[in-house]
Design a protein. Structure first.
Length: 252
């Protein structure tokens, strides 16, 4: 049987890769966590953490900073063409955490990385997976570190791809992702807001173009989103254009 340099190689240090690394560290399983980006992304990206995920974070021992820093959202409203049609209150659920925690993904990753460091783990940044060959006993991989000419050869038992929709692991394996891209365009805006409505409330509105809505962050910030359908809007819209589009889709 061939020797292994590590048991598990995790590719991608987003929330999924970090959570997996935390669980492996807690279980004492040797692993490496790599990410091709030299620095973590500052973008908010995925921002809603639901009840079941909060339960898993609690099991991992990392729940407190999420509850301290995130915003609890318990109520939601659903509209048609801007006119309210229904509402819900997550507080009525018989759950350990009957709410959503809204927190920008950049902060989620930072909190998970801090917890991983406390367990003795770390992220190897600026390291890309460039080669992969699996056999019956494990996986041989090639890793390319920023600034190094030669690739590093690593032997591991498992490679786990946590590197998103354009996964290098999936490309090199190779495995197929069955599906198709419909060319959908979505407007996303994170902004400081002055609200004249209840806060914090998750709002969604269905219209002829799809779904639009908003959900709050801490500090009077919010994420606005809208499926654009056949609406004409530049790929890099001005603030005025974005505001006008959102107002048209969210107002009665």
């Amino acid at each position: 049987m061939s020797a292994h340099d590590t048991d598990v190689l995790i590719v991608g240090a987003g929330p999924v890769g970090l959570t997996l690394a935390i669980e492996l560290a807690r279980a004492g399983v040797p692993h490496r966590l790599i990410d091709r980006a030299a620095e973590p992304s500052p973008l908010s990206r995925a921002a809603g953490i639901h009840s079941r995920t909060l339960q898993l974070l609690e099991r991992s021992g990392v729940i407190e900073p999420f509850l301290d820093e995130g915003l609890e959202v318990r109520r939601g409203e659903i509209a048609m063409d801007g006119t309210p049609r229904a509402s819900f209150d997550l507080s009525e659920l018989d759950e350990r955490f009957p709410f959503i925690i809204d927190l920008p993904q950049a902060r989620t990753e930072a909190l998970l990385a801090d917890h991983l460091a406390g367990l003795g783990g770390r992220i190897e940044r600026g390291v890309a997976l460039v080669g992969l060959f699996a056999d019956a006993d494990g996986v041989d991989v090639q890793l390319q570190r920023d600034g190094d000419e030669a690739a590093e050869a690593v032997r591991c038992r498992w490679v786990i791809g946590c590197d998103g929709g354009h996964s290098t692991v999936r490309t090199l394996a190779p495995t197929q992702l069955h599906g198709s891209f419909k060319g959908e365009r979505v407007l996303l805006v994170d902004a400081e807001c002055e609200w004249d409505v209840d806060w914090p409330v998750l709002r969604m509105s269905l219209n002829r173009h799809g779904l639009a809505g908003s959900f709050p962050f801490t500090g009077r910030r919010a994420r606005f989103f809208a499926q654009l359908g056949d609406l004409e809007l530049a790929d890099d819209p001005t603030l005025d254009d974005a505001q006008r589009t959102l107002a048209d889709l969210l107002s009665p």
